[in-house]
Design a protein around this ligand. Structure first.
Ligand code: MN
Length: 355
């Protein structure tokens, strides 16, 4: 078919088609020797769409050629990761520039357009407490509280590895989560994994570090996106009832699922802190994610295992549900963990959905 028809059917302008031909990516099936007119084969439509999608993802032309010759998922995965890391680094750079210029964060977005307006209606009012506990010498937990996303990370590995991993994970989530979608929150977790893994490999002192990560963020549609890796938890209190929104990635959680252990027994089990998944211990990570409908007035409780191994869930529910003041409730939860022994770092984030 002639270039005009091919252009129409592929949705690509003749100019763009000529640039792909020049790059050697999509060479016309025939060119009229006298008029220079280009003709494409119908089978080339598919390639044209693939090339266009990859160009929109800003994959360099040379790599698109490689990918067309060898369309393996590994190449696409590598690109997806590179985009996440680039995005993280660019957001961090913008944040640095903002700080240097002393421009307030949370100012009007560059496009003051539609989705941003809608999601302004819902927000999070938050409170957080973190305590080293009664036994540990360093606090490797980290909490993050922003208007639209909250998170808890519980670092693993000898100091300073654990606290570096949890702090790095929080920085990545803060930098990545902006537009508000579950996909973005998942991407943030994968970017955090890459960041922690690469940092651990680059610094002997940090070798073997990792972290748990649980986060809850409001989406542009006003739903709640929840992601997690490891055994830090997200609970929701709605209408006086508590619901756990995450499933621990731990050895004892699997034993409970297999019926070999009760919840109660798991809290005292010697392997209670052994995780089956964590951020930063491998080049990739499997992320659990879900989207929940929420209502104004719902309260969220995010915590590290240092809370739920010391404070019963029913007690957590009543302290959160009956609190007039989230700040006081967060303190009361930590105080109760301390009173019960606090064998580990204890971190609590409370958030109420307003709107
Ligand atoms: Mn812990």
């Amino acid at each position: 078919m002639a270039i005009g028809e091919f252009s129409e059917r592929s949705g690509l302008t003749p100019k763009r088609l000529r640039s792909y031909a020049t790059a050697g990516l999509l060479v016309p099936a025939a060119v009229d020797a006298s008029s220079g007119y280009r003709y494409y084969a119908p089978a080339q439509l598919h390639d044209a769409r693939v090339i266009d999608a990859l160009r929109r993802a800003e994959v360099p032309v040379a790599e698109i050629g490689d990918l067309l010759r060898d369309p393996s998922p590994g190449r696409l995965d590598a690109w997806a990761r590179r985009i996440e890391v680039d995005t993280t680094e660019r957001r961090a750079a913008i944040r640095d520039a903002r700080a240097l210029l002393d421009i307030d964060a949370g100012g009007p977005p560059m496009r003051a357009a539609s989705p941003a307006e809608e999601r302004r209606t819902m927000n999070l009012v938050t409170a957080a407490r973190s305590d080293v506990g009664r036994v540990r010498t360093s606090n490797q937990d980290r909490a993050l509280c922003l208007d639209r996303v909250v998170m808890v990370a519980d670092g693993l590995g000898a100091s300073p590895g654990g606290e570096t991993a949890s702090a790095l994970a929080a920085a990545v989530v803060e930098a990545v989560f902006s537009r508000g979608s579950v996909e973005e929150l998942e991407a943030a977790v994968r970017a955090a994994n890459t960041a922690v893994f690469e940092r651990a490999g680059a610094d002997e002192q940090l070798d073997g570090m990792g972290t748990t990560l649980c986060a809850a963020g409001l989406t542009a549609e006003g739903d709640l996106a929840v992601v997690h890796v490891g055994d830090s938890r997200v609970y929701r209190v709605h209408d006086g009832a508590v619901e756990r929104l995450t499933t621990d990635h731990s050895v004892v959680a699997e034993m409970i699922r297999r019926g070999e252990l009760t919840e109660e027994e798991s809290l005292a089990h010697e392997q209670r802190a052994v995780l089956t998944r964590a951020i930063g211990v491998g080049p990739t990570v499997e992320v659990d994610s879900a989207v929940h409908r929420v209502a104004a007035g719902d309260r969220l409780l995010l915590c590290s295992d240092g809370l739920f191994t010391e404070v019963p869930e029913e007690r957590m529910r009543s302290l959160v549900d009956e609190a007039d003041d989230l700040d006081a409730a967060a303190q009361a939860l930590v105080d109760e963990a301390l009173a019960n022994g606090a064998r580990d770092n204890v971190t609590v984030v409370l958030a109420e959905i307003t709107g």
